[in-house]
Design a protein around this ligand. Structure first.
Ligand code: 5GP
Length: 191
């Protein structure tokens, strides 16, 4: 049931659209917004921190959390699992905190079914060629992962019209400014 006092912001984009950088900048601008840290079974990247970027858990632990109904939603994304903790989300929203989720497109659409007041924001990459280049430059994934991410990005782009708002990430500073004013607008509406 969606009896939240806080606002749930969901930021989604095809992998490589620059949303992680964007989200980090936004969280600095809004220190009161709570970032919902997901669980994942994928390997930790060098620049990531346990409990800050993700809770990096084993597949066995992930399955246990599914069984115990701990997730508001979860997805198998490529070969890895990703899930949003329900308790963390509900407790913060009930307390009146605004919460930000950075999850994949399918997960975002699933959350919207359970939390209809959620604000769905789609980060548009400049264009598909650039997206491919960004994924290639990242060099954190091997070739098979890369191909899977490209396929997934195509699929995710095709779902963009189901979102409430778009932010074009042509240039990071203006994307941050656009997302910031959208969040401010939504907060004002709620006052
Ligand atoms: P990455 O492995 O690049 O950190 O994330 C891959 C994808 O999983 C991204 O689109 C990211 O937004 C998404 N993701 C992260 N956490 C969650 C989650 O809890 N649920 C879902 N459905 N997707 C998530």
């Amino acid at each position: 049931m969606d009896n939240s006092k806080g606002i749930l912001f969901i930021v989604s984009a095809p992998s490589g659209a620059g949303k992680t950088t964007l989200v980090k900048r936004i969280l600095k601008e809004f220190p009161d917004i709570v970032f919902s840290v997901s669980a994942t079974t994928r390997k930790k990247r060098l620049d990531e921190k346990e409990g800050e970027d993700y809770f990096f858990i084993t597949e066995e632990d992930f399955r246990r959390n599914i069984k115990k109904n701990e997730f508001a939603e979860w997805e198998k994304f490529y070969d890895y699992y990703y899930g949003t903790f329900k308790k963390y989300l509900d407790e913060n929203l009930r307390k009146g905190k605004n919460v930000l989720l950075e999850i994949d497109v399918k997960g975002a659409l699933n959350i919207k079914k359970k939390y209809p007041a959620a604000v769905l924001i789609f980060i548009m990459p400049p264009n598909f060629e650039e997206l491919k280049q960004r994924l290639k430059n990242r060099q954190t994934e091997d070739e098979i992962d890369y191909q899977k991410r490209i396929k997934r990005a195509e699929l995710e782009l095709s779902q963009k019209d189901k979102f409430d708002y778009f932010v074009h990430n042509l240039e990071i500073d203006s994307a941050v400014a656009d997302l910031k004013s959208l969040i401010e607008k939504k907060m004002k509406e709620k006052e």
